[in-house]
Design a protein around this ligand. Structure first.
Ligand code: FPP
Length: 251
């Protein structure tokens, strides 16, 4: 029996989030430049995106570039930016064929103009697709996102547009980059690091965490299947006891 057949089609996670890690180490192991790891990472992006879309995952969020990544050597940053543009050019037909809508979270205002333009164009081209939404986290960090939300809320209160007593977890979520996107059901991190690295800190309150030692460029469809099978074996309780968690009550 193929691994894929072990997946319960009635319990597919709605939202899968991924910290793609280990490109640099993958390249180093092969005696190559770090950028070669990123180049091979694109194949893993394609595999995971296709596998998720085929299984009926509704949202796939990939941590592609963090706020902190701007501090990497200029050559590496530039290589990642041009890889992003090349990949968007090469994959637009795949996105259309698979009915995938592209979205981003993060501070696009500090992305190079050409990259931002390409992103906006691809977002526009795929806007009417209603299969899976592929969310690229670019120039993103959770502390940046949460601070932004707090600032915006404070401004609205000062301007008299928002009553302080209306601030609760639902309203706060509306001010985040992930507005209208359900929280991730599972967060996958590759490369054997057991950290969250400033990714979706608000949204992962009840997310199942899955870690694999494999480096990102080695990741294939089978690895996503394994993560989902592991996820499906878990009992999600959202802070309640077993009996309660089987009922579909508001979190
Ligand atoms: C982490 O590995 C990976 C990144 C910071 C970039 C991820 C980018 C890609 C997979 C390629 C392009 C992406 C898209 C969406 C087209 P690392 O460099 O931190 O590896 P290390 O921890 O081994 O140094």
């Amino acid at each position: 029996m193929a691994l894929k057949d072990n997946i319960d089609r009635n319990k597919i996670p709605v939202h899968v989030a991924v910290i793609m890690d280990g490109n640099g180490r993958w390249a180093k192991q092969k005696g190559k430049e770090r950028v070669v790891g990123h180049q091979h990472g694109v194949k893993a992006v394609r595999e995971v995106t296709e596998a998720a879309a085929e299984l009926g995952v509704k949202y796939l969020t990939l941590f592609a570039f963090s706020t902190e990544n701007w501090q990497r050597p200029t050559d590496e940053v530039n290589a990642l930016m041009s890889l992003l543009v090349t990949t968007l050019n090469a994959e637009i037909s795949t996105l259309m064929e698979n009915n995938i809508k592209l979205q981003t979270i993060g501070d696009l205002t500090i992305m190079p103009g050409q990259v931002r333009k390409k992103l906006m164009k691809t977002i526009d081209q795929t806007a009417a697709n209603n299969g899976m939404t592929l969310i690229l986290a670019l120039s993103y960090s959770a502390r940046w996102e949460i601070t932004n939300a707090a600032r915006e809320i404070a401004r609205n209160v000062l301007d008299g547009k928002l009553d302080v007593d209306r601030i609760d977890k639902n309203l706060f979520s509306e001010y985040l980059q992930t507005k209208n996107i359900p929280d991730p059901d599972i967060l996958v991190r590759t490369s054997g690091e057991y950290r969250i690295s400033n990714f979706l800190l608000w949204q992962i309150a009840y997310t199942e965490l899955y870690f694999t030692k494999k480096l990102w460029p080695d990741i294939r469809k089978q690895d996503l299947y394994e993560a989902i099978i592991d996820y499906q074996r878990r009992e999600r309780r959202f802070g309640r006891i077993n009996e309660q968690s089987r009922m579909n009550v508001d979190r």
